[in-house]
Design a binder for this molecule. Structure first.
Ligand code: FE2
Length: 389
């Protein structure tokens, strides 16, 4: 319903409601659709563009644009400006307080301008650059809890002048945009904190297991390449990166005598090492924001043919686990250990290809082998260094 309403509006170029004033029901429907979309689509880069397009429908005007405050200068720049003039407008930077938008940002309140050309605050260069003639304007501030983030402006009401009702509607939308931007900022902050904590955890693992130096970061970089090749969403890419970095976090529970051993492991020691899967699960289950990656970590030692640790096969193995398995195997095979000089670059690729559809997901092997990732890995200096013990 939400997407249907917005699609209808955006595909029509913002004119689905026609040049006549939209009805109250139309306005309410558009407003609800916009709110739902903005609250649920934190990752979509076109959210703001679609919202602005729909906003021009809401107040029935010829053009709408969104300007943000430059935190360093206090000036404004165009984030979204639609139509033929949009490209030109995006090159314009307003100084602090400049133009009607600058006035709104400074005073933090909505304004209706009935005759823009007579208003000395109008930044006429914008019209000159874009070839757009501004007759009248409605400008509202976009605010977060503590500051003005930008300005939403509607230009040239199709029938007559902007009303107080238009101002209320646009202001409500601007408040919604403010909330979404604040959530995005919090989300980015949270993600940065999570990456820092994960970085510390990875350092702890690598201190504990000297042969693992750089392993998690290299596996994460190979996974990134595979994930990109598969066209994973931004959200999935974040989780894949976290899962790759933490896939062996449980190694901290394996005794030093085993992780530091300079000779090949016995069968008994190997089964001790495999307990790291359970330890990983235990550690991750204590972190609320890492719950989603637990299955990826739990099944990263599965084989495509079902002969792995939990004997899951094929697509019953979570996708991220299958990706990590390929990346993990390639890195292990191209890293020297005191008891094993590794297979080298060509040997590792051959092993992956020989075992595609046996140990590994054949599509993922195909994607990885034909990507740039293993080629850049060849030049990675860490790969030819014996880990320091
Ligand atoms: Fe592992």
């Amino acid at each position: 319903m939400v997407n249907q309403t917005l699609d209808k509006i955006s595909k029509s170029g913002g004119s689905v409601l026609g040049s006549s004033e939209p009805s109250a029901v139309d306005k309410l429907e558009t407003m609800m659709a916009l709110s739902a979309m903005m609250n649920s689509a934190l990752e979509k880069s076109d959210v703001r563009e679609r919202a602005i397009l729909a906003a021009s429908n809401l107040v029935n005007c010829e053009a709408t644009s969104l300007l943000f405050v430059n935190e360093e200068t206090g000036g404004l720049y165009f984030d979204v400006a639609l139509g033929d003039a949009g490209k030109e407008l995006k090159t314009i930077q307003l100084e602090r307080g400049q133009g009607i938008a600058g006035w709104v940002a400074e005073h933090n309140k909505p304004i209706i301008i009935k005759d823009a050309q007579q208003d000395p605050r109008l930044y006429k260069q914008a019209d000159e650059k874009s070839g757009f003639y501004t007759r009248n304007m409605l400008c509202v501030p976009i605010r977060s809890n503590t500051t003005t983030l930008g300005v939403l402006q509607a230009l040239n009401k199709r029938n007559g002048a902007f009303s107080k009702e238009d101002a209320r509607l646009l202001f409500a939308l601007a408040n919604q945009i403010g909330v979404v931007l604040e959530n995005l900022r919090l989300y980015d902050g949270l993600r940065d904190t999570l990456y820092s904590v994960v970085g510390v955890l990875v350092d702890v693992i690598e201190k504990h297991d000297p042969y693992a130096t750089g392993h998690a970061k290299r596996v994460a970089s190979y996974c990134k390449s595979i994930g990109k090749g598969m066209g994973l969403s931004k959200h999935d890419m974040v989780n894949l990166k976290l899962a790759a970095l933490l896939h062996d976090v449980g190694m901290v529970g394996v005794p030093d005598a085993i992780t530091h051993k300079k000779a090949r492991l016995t069968e008994q020691e190997h089964s001790e090492v495999m307990k790291h899967i359970g330890y990983s699960e235990e550690i991750l289950s204590n972190v609320k924001h890492l719950q989603a990656i637990i299955p990826a970590v739990r099944y990263h030692h599965e084989h495509w043919n079902g002969t792995g640790y939990f004997q899951r096969a094929g697509e019953r193995i979570p996708l991220f686990s299958r990706i990590i398995a390929v990346a993990d195997a390639f890195d292990s095979m191209t890293t020297e250990r005191p008891y094993d000089l590794g297979k080298g670059y060509d040997g590792a690729l051959k092993h992956l290809e020989d075992n595609a559809g046996v140990l590994y997901d054949p599509d993922i092997v195909n994607l990885f082998v034909n990507s740039k990732a293993p080629h850049s890995a060849k030049r990675h200096p860490l790969l030819i260094q014996r880990p320091k013990v």
